[in-house]
Design a protein around this ligand. Structure first.
Ligand SMILES: NC(=O)c1ccc[n+]([C@@H]2O[C@H](COP(=O)([O-])OP(=O)(O)OC[C@H]3O[C@@H](n4cnc5c(N)ncnc54)[C@H](O)[C@@H]3O)[C@@H](O)[C@H]2O)c1
Length: 315
């Protein structure tokens, strides 16, 4: 059921001059505007299904770090739905991960490999990037998504927890980006997309390490984008507000216990405090955004962040 199509030959050749690149971009945009599936548009309120812009990522390959769960899994599925071969990564039960690979591969007719790389280990990150380049011929899209939270006041923050948050949320972004850039530059197309957070723009109490890493990721995104400007490789960040994933469910459980609330009450109070829409952002919302960022429509979108937060940081 795997696609046999190889990455486009053009990617291995020298980069064309700017006017030709501009003409090609216009053509790619035109090609990408096709009649849409009604799947995402028939829903009255917020479409949570994966939208469709055609298989414009066919022959491309993506790594989504931390894609065995939550946002990363939603992003991986959205890329696969547009024809992109995948390297999944993250922790979890090995049988479940194998099943996930099969399910995504069958549903979207793409190749899906799995890297068990631990994002705290630079050598494993490099191997993951090289493995994708070797198996798929290129690595075109890198989504630095793996991330963890630790809740504690600064005074009480354990040093090991601080180091772990830094290592996974920030250092891994640098190691993976560094490993991916050379080949992306050679092919003249690349997307480095960092999943930051509203906490890249604003702070909350008891999340000092998380807030520090997410602000740093936005700075790293800008610096990387400047270095890569004009190469065909962009670097952007996506900043979600609350998304109902295992990472947030833990915070809801904690809140329910501390405030003697039911789970439903804790969810509502969590949303009401910060997110004016009072609705969770979904992994599908984020997947569709990353598909857009990977498209020719976003060729000039670099060094900045896209915020999906139901109005959180506008307050
Ligand atoms: N859920 C939210 O509300 C929210 C909001 C803003 C930003 N984010 C960011 O989105 C990203 C994903 O968060 P999520 O909510 O989907 O979390 P999640 O806990 O559901 O998923 C995290 C993923 O990262 C993987 N992971 C954790 N440590 C790892 C390591 N050392 N090596 C490799 N993989 C590792 C896990 O196995 C899992 O696949 C994070 O960067 C998080 O900061 C989440």
């Amino acid at each position: 059921m795997h696609s046999t199509k190889q990455p486009k030959a053009m990617k291995k050749t020298q980069r064309p001059a700017a006017p030709q690149r501009a003409a090609r971009r216009v053509q790619r945009v035109a090609n990408a505007i096709r009649p849409q599936s009604t799947a995402a548009t028939t829903q009255k309120k917020r479409p949570t299904a994966i939208g469709h812009m055609g298989n414009f990522l066919e022959g491309r390959s993506a790594i989504v770090t931390g894609s065995t769960s939550g946002i990363g899994l939603g992003v991986a599925k959205a890329l696969a739905a547009h024809g992109c071969n995948l390297t999944l990564n993250g922790f979890g039960d090995s049988n479940e991960i194998t099943q996930l690979q099969k399910d995504i591969s069958t549903q979207y007719n793409v190749k899906v490999r799995y890297s068990p790389a631990d994002m705290t280990q630079p050598s494993q990150i490099r191997e993951m990037v090289q493995g994708a380049q070797k198996e798929f011929g290129s690595l075109d899209i890198l989504v630095n998504n793996a991330g963890i939270q630790h809740i504690s006041s600064v005074e009480q923050f354990p040093e090991e927890a601080w180091d772990r948050v830094m290592s996974i949320n920030l250092d891994a972004v640098y190691h993976a980006t560094k490993a991916a850039i050379p080949e992306m530059k050679k092919t003249g197309y690349g997307r480095i997309i960092n999943i930051a957070s509203v906490h890249g723009h604003v702070a909350s109490i008891n999340k000092s390490a998380y807030v520090a890493t997410k602000h740093a990721v936005l700075g790293f995104t800008k610096a990387t984008a400047l270095e890569l400007a004009g190469t065909g490789v962009t670097c952007t960040a996506v900043c979600p507000g609350w998304v109902l994933t295992p990472l947030v469910q833990k915070q809801i459980d904690l809140r329910a216990t501390q405030n003697n609330q039911t789970n439903a009450e804790a969810r509502i109070s969590l949303l009401s405090e910060k997110q004016p829409s009072k609705e969770f952002v979904t992994p599908e919302d984020l997947g569709n955004t990353i598909v857009f960022l990977s498209s020719p429509f976003a060729d000039q979108l670099t060094g900045t962040s896209v915020v999906l937060d139901g109005g959180w940081i506008s307050q």
